[in-house]
Each structure stands twice: as C-alpha cells, then as structure tokens.
Design a protein around this ligand. Structure first.
Ligand SMILES: [Zn+2]
Length: 168
C-alpha cells in the first residue's frame, strides 16, 4: 500500500488534450512499436501496438482551474504520453507508478496559490514505495504545501501529482 495517492491526468482534461493539447497543438496519435512509454492517463507503461500520443500538458494550470489559484509565472507545460483514445484510467495499485529503483525524480512542492515552495531530489530506493512515502510526508510536514509534482530529472517531464490528503 502507498500512503499517498498518485493522480493521473483527469478524464475531462484528457478529452481536451486528445483534440488540442495545452500548447494549442493538435493531438497526433500513433501506434507504439516497442512500448514502454509512461502513460499519464493510466499510470503504467504502454505496450506494443497501443495507440498513444505525446501531448503538451500543464498540470498546475489544470489544478488551478479547479481551485481558483493563480499560479501566474509558475505555470509550466511539458510533454506527456497518453492513450490516443478514451481509456480505462489507472487501476488500483499497491505501488507508485514509474517507480524504478535507481531512477532520479524531483518532487516539487506548491502552495495553495500555486507557487513553488521548495522541492527535493529523490533517487528511488529499492524500497520504492517507502522512499516516496517518506518524501511526501516530508513535503506535507510543511503546512503551506498543497500539492507535489513528481518529475523525471533528465527529461523534466511530469509523471504524477500528489495532493495533501484530506484532513492532513
Ligand atoms: Zn490511458
């Protein structure tokens, strides 16, 4: 079990991204040949033959639209893989997605206004879930932190979002 919930890109946002992405570019579906692309809609790797697309996604802007926050200059967008057509979404999992031991992640913290309030590097340990749990607990120990974005270090691409648990 993981202590925090990894959030995938939400279905309403996906429906829009599959027409025009958050950079205003049309979605260009293609068939994954070997697979292995990290899908942010289902929080798993693509398999060979699946129809996918690489689209530009603005996670903070999408979150802010629901909360009324104004991230201003902190808003960013970047490439994410998604299924090209409507999909099942993430299945129940007892592990964090894309948590390959040894991989490097940044955990960037945002406050309720959508401003960055720090972050840290995480080298995913062999006990990946424990490593993520500890890093999220550390982030939410700061009462100003409302959400955390997990990104790959090398490509900078957004993997998933974790929000402060209700009542915490
Ligand atoms: Zn999907």
């Amino acid at each position: 079990m993981t202590e925090y919930t990894a959030r995938a890109v939400e279905p309403a946002a996906l429906a829009e991204l599959r027409t025009d992405d958050d950079a205003g570019r049309p979605c260009v579906p293609y068939t994954a040949t070997e697979g292995g692309e990290p899908l942010r809609c289902c929080l798993r790797l693509a398999g060979p033959g699946e129809r996918i697309a690489l689209v530009s996604y603005a996670p903070l802007r999408r979150w802010a639209a629901g909360t009324g926050a104004e991230p201003g200059a902190y808003d960013e967008q970047g490439p994410v893989f998604v299924h090209a057509e409507e999909c099942e979404g993430p299945q129940d999992s007892d592990a964090y997605p894309f948590a390959r031991p040894g991989a490097l992640r940044t955990l960037r913290r945002y406050d309720a206004r959508g401003r960055i309030v720090g972050g840290r590097l995480l080298e995913i340990p062999e006990t990946a879930s424990e490593g993520f749990d500890k890093a999220f607990a550390e982030a939410f120990a700061d009462p100003d932190v409302a959400l955390v974005h997990v990104r790959a270090v090398e490509y900078g691409c957004f993997h998933f979002e974790v929000r402060r648990p209700q009542g915490a």
